[in-house]
Design a protein around this ligand. Structure first.
Ligand SMILES: NC(=O)c1ccc[n+]([C@@H]2O[C@H](COP(=O)([O-])OP(=O)(O)OC[C@H]3O[C@@H](n4cnc5c(N)ncnc54)[C@H](OP(=O)(O)O)[C@@H]3O)[C@@H](O)[C@H]2O)c1
Length: 254
């Protein structure tokens, strides 16, 4: 049950990428609980349908889309605003991981990694710069990671992409501030989603225990991030922009 008011986002419309899983799905459900309309995007149709099913209210829409190219994503976001009206905000959660030592990383690995996390972020940025796509005073939230700030075996490419997103957020917030559109990212520690489960499978038990120990409050749950997303999408954060908000259970304090 949400601690936010059930009408906190009433009358507002949000595009949420990655709604078919993990953090995107948790945020979509919370937005709906707070009265917002969700345009839920993902690739897997049945898991997207499950997200729509799990949301309070009946006005939400599933928008399956493969995020791979900045130009296509920009056109797609613009077409969504034309069809459903100006968006109050966007939560770009979609992303994939790459756990591979640098000596094995090829161009194709990088392209796949960059597609949803980086190229799509720039497509969203370009579309949001067009008048009418996001309402003046709206909010955009990108997903980043503690991997962008702390070294970890096998995560060099993933780390680079996430710190790139954080850097983009700072400059994009300058570009969109004349229209009071706020741009922030969430620097998340390890949260127990399907992505996290894939990381666990690829690591030894000792490595995962050590990784969890480094999170002072243990691993997080999707709602821990969704609560922060709701804050950043809502008017409660009307004076917050260009920030990389750390939600990591204390991972980065030491
Ligand atoms: N979980 C963590 O510990 C953690 C920590 C820090 C940051 N993050 C970041 O948080 C975000 C969400 O992670 P998560 O844990 O929720 O992951 P997840 O459970 O694996 O979900 C990833 C979502 O992204 C979508 N997606 C991936 N590639 C896509 C593409 N090319 N086009 C369209 N959609 C695509 C997936 O859609 P389908 O399932 O429909 O294919 C899915 O909905 C990611 O950006 C991740 O890097 C996660």
């Amino acid at each position: 049950m949400s601690i936010f008011a059930p009408d906190a986002l009433k009358g507002k419309v949000f595009l949420v990428t990655g709604s078919s899983s993990g953090l995107g799905k948790a945020a979509a459900i919370l937005i709906a609980e707070c009265g917002g309309k969700v345009l839920a995007s993902g690739r897997n149709i049945s898991r997207l349908a499950a997200c729509i099913e799990a949301m309070a209210g009946t006005n939400h829409v599933a928008l399956p889309f493969e995020l791979s190219n900045a130009d296509e994503v920009a056109d797609w976001v613009k077409s969504i605003a034309e069809k459903y009206g100006s968006l109050s905000g966007i939560f770009h959660s979609a992303g994939s991981e790459l756990i591979l030592p640098a000596k094995m990383i090829k161009q194709s690995n990088l392209e796949k990694l960059l597609d949803s996390s980086f190229f799509a972020a720039f497509g969203i940025a370009r579309a949001s710069s067009s008048k009418g796509v996001i309402t003046d005073g709206g909010s955009i939230v990108f997903m980043s990671s503690v991997a962008g700030y702390r070294g970890q075996l096998g995560l060099s490419a993933y780390s680079a992409v996430k710190s790139g997103v954080d850097a983009m957020v700072r400059s994009l917030s300058c570009e969109l501030s004349p229209r009071k559109i706020r741009v922030n990212s969430i620097v998340a520690g390890a949260v127990e989603t399907e992505m996290h489960a894939r990381l666990v499978v690829a690591s030894s038990t000792e490595a995962i225990s050590e990784y969890e120990r480094k999170h002072l409050l243990g691993f997080g749950q999707p709602t821990d991030v969704a609560n922060a997303v709701l804050f950043l999408l809502s008017d409660a954060s009307r004076w917050v922009t260009g920030s990389n908000l750390v939600i990591d259970g204390g991972y980065m304090v030491r």
